[in-house]
Design a protein around this ligand. Structure first.
Ligand SMILES: Cc1cc2nc3c(=O)[nH]c(=O)nc-3n(C[C@H](O)[C@H](O)[C@H](O)COP(=O)(O)O)c2cc1C
Length: 264
């Protein structure tokens, strides 16, 4: 009698486990589409945030569609890839920075002495976003990424028509500690980027995120951002990634072309 009870107990436990695992797997599979859609929406929301076009209760996809033009650029020579050359991977709608960086054809290794952001590889091409109003480009929103203390941080920096002034800055993905490095999401800190000069008149990158607080009367105040307190390593990561992506291995050649030929 007692043997039979043990067997039954095991069988019931096994049955419950089986049913639960089937339920969990089914939930994971059925929710994966929703998760992917939410991730995409969050990315679009951050593009709008960087472009200062986001407010609560707006239809993100609609605002994005009405205001944003995408382009794929060749980071090495700064040219814009013509639409006829788009393919399965070179497609603004499907562009995946991580996959492109790892791709043998579309990505490349960064020499260790130039890898200030610790990302090891980067794409040769990048998708960029232009805010267009009445047929004129008002802002350019550029993806940026690099290592913090715990994670790779992915975000956007927006530049104004003068291609010099920062008009927005935001991260859409990172794993830094809430309250420390996670303060990269602090709206007040993100707003402090707006109006800062990213480049000098010659096009050299001058923006920097410093340790501590910017001396507002100092000669570099217009290009400096306060560091995050208690998060020197994340702060250094943000400084490195912004300077890297605005520099010669990032958008330098593309921005130089725009300065020469005009923003289109
Ligand atoms: C649990 C834990 C989480 C931390 N998270 C971060 C972080 O997200 N970003 C960061 O820069 N430092 C983080 N630190 C602190 C760093 O180890 C280091 O002390 C800090 O970057 C120094 O910054 P400070 O010079 O501004 O104090 C963390 C420390 C601990 C113990």
């Amino acid at each position: 009698m007692s043997k039979e009870t043990k067997k039954k107990t095991v069988a019931v436990a096994f049955g419950v486990c089986l049913v639960c695992s089937v339920l969990v797997s089914a939930a994971a599979v059925s929710l994966s589409g929703i998760q992917a859609q939410n991730k995409k929406l969050d990315r679009l929301k951050n593009i709008l945030l960087a472009g200062d076009m986001f407010s609560k209760n707006v239809d993100i996809e609609q605002i994005y569609k009405e205001n944003i033009d995408t382009q794929i650029i060749n980071l090495e020579n700064g040219s814009v890839v013509p639409e006829k050359d788009y393919n399965e991977k070179l497609d603004p709608q499907k562009f995946d920075i991580k996959k492109m960086a790892d791709d043998p054809q579309y990505g490349k290794a960064i020499p260790a002495d130039e890898d200030k952001t610790g990302i090891k590889r980067q794409p040769r091409f990048m998708v960029i976003y232009k805010v267009v109003k009445d047929g004129k480009v008002k802002k350019i929103i550029l993806p940026v990424y690099g290592k913090g203390i715990w994670s790779t941080m992915y975000g956007f920096i927006a530049l104004g028509e003068d291609l010099q002034t920062v008009t927005g800055f935001t991260f859409y993905e990172h794993g830094e500690t809430p309250g420390l490095g996670g303060e990269v999401d602090n709206p007040r800190w993100k707003r402090s980027w707006v109006g800062k000069k990213a480049f000098d008149e010659k096009g050299n990158v001058v923006i920097e995120v410093i340790k501590g607080t910017v001396d507002q009367s100092g000669p570099k105040a217009e290009s400096q951002i306060d560091g995050l307190s208690g998060a020197t390593l994340t702060t250094r990561g943000v400084d490195n990634l912004v300077r890297y992506w605005l520099g010669k291995n990032g958008y330098g050649p593309y921005l130089a072309n725009l300065r020469e030929r005009g923003i289109k």
